[in-house]
Design a protein around this ligand. Structure first.
Ligand code: URQ
Ligand code: ZN
Ligand code: ZN
Length: 479
């Protein structure tokens, strides 16, 4: 398959320049001006639009079994919806039940993901600990291209990792040259506050944010960052939703610690007033953790992105339809936690980020694709329009407007948290693995076309660390 994207402006994280892009057999072969179309090539006339690296969503949960149900977007429908919005790769999560064999869970998720229509890979969650877990982490890094391990500090009684698990897993991850990631909420505090709020007679969705105040997130983020600091392992904080959590990240980064932060498109644009909607379905549809926050947290998060203290944007795409959310009709603690977003992440960020002048289009590429590729060791195979990279590309039309709605989106969910939002700037064409899979509003995807992407460990980081440790030894210092 040969595709030539002609007449566009290539926008990479570092620079923008006029060039044609020739894709052959799934890879970018040539990026240069005035390229001729090889015989039989499909030509996409970019007509001056922007040709950018396909988006990478580093945080999704396709068909996740969770809170007694299963997320309604699966690896087929969810990755297809992503392509319609310009996202060409996801990093999803293998989440073993406590005491479940890690490799068994990994094989289960690999099987589920076979139907993906775009490329994918997995963070693996460490939800329990014994020496077999350590061995399985080693197997995953050595033989399966996993270089990131997730830890849920929330969800007591389910998948919550306590400090003992954090310390054991973080230590093992460092030894393996892997990065650790955390869902940073203090699960013990959440559990206690949920009980208190419920006992006060607050049973509706408005109880959800009350049981997870920003301080609960700030405490856990700080604790995880400090544990990572003492152990010397790089750490990535997912779905940073509060000023408190961002302050912990900023402090650590200012002191030279290797800490990264992710922000969700939803947390940048939606505030906690959604939980006070009298309509249960609407309020429950917004129940996710950490919850949407009061408006001042959005300002802090935008500044976090602009200052470089937050490096990636994601969606935490984890869909539950109204009938699933209704499980918590009488008890907010039973509402399945999760919202959608994979289809709209890039366009809402462009509209509220680039069109407002908060970020340049190169910074947009950084936070929607390149930074995630670099942090998770996928670059420059992913996150770059350059010869040799995978042909995962989005042709972006800055002049095209659309109004977001569940009535028209591809996501398999009956609600859209951005319902009614009109954005200017969206994908006109998406190319995945060198094939045009989305053009002018229509998907042309193939079930199973997506491939699992290996991510090597950060051996270079690890060996540098070892050298550093040796230098610190008294004997190593030359008198
Ligand atoms: O916590 C997560 O990231 C998963 C379980 C999705 N749900 C959510 O509310 N964020
Ligand atoms: Zn989470
Ligand atoms: Zn998540």
């Amino acid at each position: 398959m040969t595709v030539l994207i002609k007449g566009g402006t290539v926008v990479n994280a570092d620079r923008s320049f006029a060039a044609d892009v020739l894709c052959v057999d799934g890879r970018i072969e040539t990026v240069a001006q005035k390229l001729d179309a090889p015989k039989g090539a499909k030509v996409v006339d970019a007509g001056g639009r922007f040709v950018m690296p396909g988006g990478i969503d580093p945080h999704t949960h396709m068909q996740l079994p969770f809170m007694g149900t299963v997320a309604s977007d699966d690896f087929y429908s969810g990755t297809a919806a992503g392509l319609a919005g310009g996202t060409t790769m996801i990093i999803d999560f293998v989440i073993p039940n406590p005491q479940q064999n890690i490799m068994e869970a990994y094989r289960q998720w690999r099987e589920w993901a076979q139907k993906s229509v775009a490329d994918y890979t997995f963070h693996v969650a460490i939800t329990w600990w014994d020496e077999t877990v350590a061995k399985d982490m080693e197997t995953l890094v050595r033989d399966h291209g996993v270089n990131s391990f997730k830890h849920f500090m929330a969800y007591k009684g389910a998948i919550m990792a306590d400090d003992e698990i954090l310390v054991n897993s973080f230590s093992k991850a460092l030894e393996l040259g892997a990065i650790v990631t955390v869902h940073a909420e203090n699960g013990e505090l959440v559990y206690r506050l949920q009980q208190k709020i419920f006992d006060m007679g607050i049973r509706g969705p408005e109880g959800h944010p009350l049981s997870r105040p920003p301080e609960v997130e700030g405490e856990a983020a700080n604790r995880a960052i400090r544990i990572a600091e003492v152990l010397g392992v790089p750490i990535y904080v997912v779905h940073v939703s509060s000023r408190q959590s961002l302050e912990s990240i900023t402090r650590a980064r200012n002191e030279g610690q290797r800490v990264f932060g992710e922000v969700l498109a939803g947390h940048l644009l939606i505030d906690d007033s959604v939980y006070r909607n009298k309509d249960f379905e609407s309020a429950a549809a917004h129940v996710m953790s950490p919850p949407f926050r009061p408006a001042e947290h959005q300002d802090a998060l935008w500044r976090g992105l602009q200052s470089g203290n937050l490096q990636t944007t994601a969606t935490d795409h984890c869909c539950f339809c109204a009938e699933q959310k209704a499980a918590g009709k009488e008890d907010f603690r039973l509402i399945p936690n999760g919202t959608a977003g994979i289809e709209n992440r890039m366009e809402v960020l462009w509209h509220h980020g680039v069109n407002t002048g908060r970020m340049t289009m190169n910074e947009f590429v950084q936070v929607t694709s390149t930074n995630a590729a670099q942090i998770f060791n996928l670059f420059p195979r992913k996150g770059s329009i350059s010869a040799g990279a995978d042909a995962d590309i989005v042709v972006w039309d800055p002049d095209r407007s659309k109004t977001i709605s569940a009535k028209t989106h591809f996501q398999n969910i009956d609600f859209n948290i951005f319902e009614g939002m009109t954005v200017k700037g969206c994908a006109s064409h998406t190319i995945s693995r060198g094939k045009v899979v989305y053009a002018d509003g229509k998907l042309d995807v193939e079930r199973g076309a997506g491939r699992y992407v290996d991510r090597p460990p950060f051996a270079s980081y690890y060996s540098a660390l070892k050298r550093q440790a040796q230098l610190k030894k008294p004997s190593a210092v030359k008198r």
